[in-house]
Design a protein around this ligand. Structure first.
Ligand code: PHB
Length: 387
């Protein structure tokens, strides 16, 4: 009886109830919501690797706190996205959300992050809306908007003298927005997009559409594909005999992290992206050798974006000594930071998207060799962002 009474008393002591206040010294819970299966699986792994590399370089701590990871495979499936992100926020009580690759999934995450005021950093997905109509004080991106590399390629294609183009991509936000960005710049500079072709995501049955392109004989083709789908598209384009007759241009995802599998079919392709091989800066060389040492392979753009998501988080947490409840101060610190990225230093726009150089790259062997800067310090227009 006395023991029972004692236990009940103990359970109610202020000492025990006060325990959550000590949580600040506990590990920071980072929700990593990424694709680990499907056409974007390799992209998710590269992002995780890059993120963890930076954390390891900081001795495993940010703002004085250890890091605990909670991982979710989002399968690049928008229909599961709201449930997945709410589990991380409500059940696992993560302090920060890092994710994801797929634009449709990322938009669901951004909505949930806004509603719950959870700090979120997008390490890939380019959905224009995330730093447009869905922009929020607590939502940041370490990667790009779909508009950015695409707009740069539209200028390049027009500059190369092409007058008309056909576009081909997956029918979802990333593909559609990439085509829109290309078209905006291409047409502003005298070109015309004469046909827009789509396949459902993540299908890779390209044959009928490649036959249609061959028959239409446009001056150029612009495309957005990535991951496993990009490997298949580039190989099919070459196998259809189009590579030497109709120049293929793409947002650089087309040939990033894919070149070993694409082989000969990718040689000479020109793309635009916010990262390239052979930048040969001290910062990038150090990053690349650390990444190669840790993971036994060369980094790609996704690894860089994961690494920089961790850098942005570090800036925010340092400013508040690890106290994630100080949301305003975290946001202010990231907004005013210059991120020392392997791609080149960048700052974020008022909508929290990187303002960055877009490189022109050309495939040589297993590298996307830098061939110049297509547009310097390009900022997404952030259409619809009210913040
Ligand atoms: C996207 O869905 O926004 C996306 C996916 C893969 C990429 C780039 C963008 O490589």
């Amino acid at each position: 009886m006395r023991i029972r009474h004692g236990l009940a008393t103990l359970a109610c002591t202020p000492l025990l109830l006060a325990a959550p206040a000590l949580a600040q010294g506990d590990a920071l819970k980072v929700g990593l919501m990424l694709p680990f299966t499907g056409t974007y699986a390799a992209l998710g792994t590269a992002i995780e690797n890059g993120f963890k590399l930076y954390i390891d370089e900081q001795g495993g701590k940010l703002g004085g706190r250890d890091i605990q990871y909670v991982k979710v495979d989002d399968e690049s499936d928008p229909s599961k996205a709201t449930d997945n992100v709410n589990r991380l926020i409500k059940r696992d009580n993560v302090d920060v959300l890092i994710g994801t690759v797929h634009s449709g999934v990322a938009m669901a995450m951004a909505r949930a992050a806004r509603q719950s005021n959870t700090l979120m950093i997008v390490p890939n997905a380019g959905a224009d809306a995330v730093t447009g109509p869905l922009c929020a004080p607590n939502v940041f991106r370490s990667s790009f908007s779909n508009w950015q590399p695409a707009y740069a390629m539209g200028e390049v294609a027009a500059r190369n003298g092409h007058k008309n183009a056909i576009t081909i991509t997956w029918k979802y936000a990333a593909g559609e927005e990439s085509v829109n960005g290309f078209k905006e710049a291409f047409e502003k500079n005298g070109g015309k997009v004469v046909r827009e072709l789509f396949v459902p995501f993540p299908n890779v049955e390209f044959q009928a559409l490649l036959t249609e392109i061959a028959a239409a004989r446009p001056d150029a083709v612009y495309t957005f594909f990535a991951g496993g789908g990009a490997v298949k598209f580039v190989r099919d384009y070459a196998a259809a005999g189009l590579k030497d007759s109709i120049p293929l241009y793409g947002a650089g995802f087309l040939t990033d992290g894919t070149l070993e599998a694409q082989g000969e079919a990718a040689q000479g392709l020109t793309t635009t992206l916010h990262y390239a091989d052979g930048l040969d800066t001290a910062r990038d060389n150090a990053f690349r050798s650390a990444y190669a040492k840790a993971f036994g392979m060369q980094p790609d753009v996704y690894a860089v974006q994961g690494y920089d998501a961790a850098q942005m988080l570090a800036v925010g947490l340092q400013a508040v000594a690890g106290d994630v409840t100080k949301k305003g101060e975290i946001a202010a610190a990231i907004r005013s930071a210059t991120i020392d990225s392997p791609r080149g230093a960048f700052t974020v726009s008022r909508a929290h998207n990187p303002v960055q150089d877009i490189y022109l790259r050309k495939v040589e062997g297993t590298g996307n060799k830098v061939a110049g800067v297509a547009i310097k310090a390009l900022a997404d227009p952030a259409r619809g962002c009210k913040m």
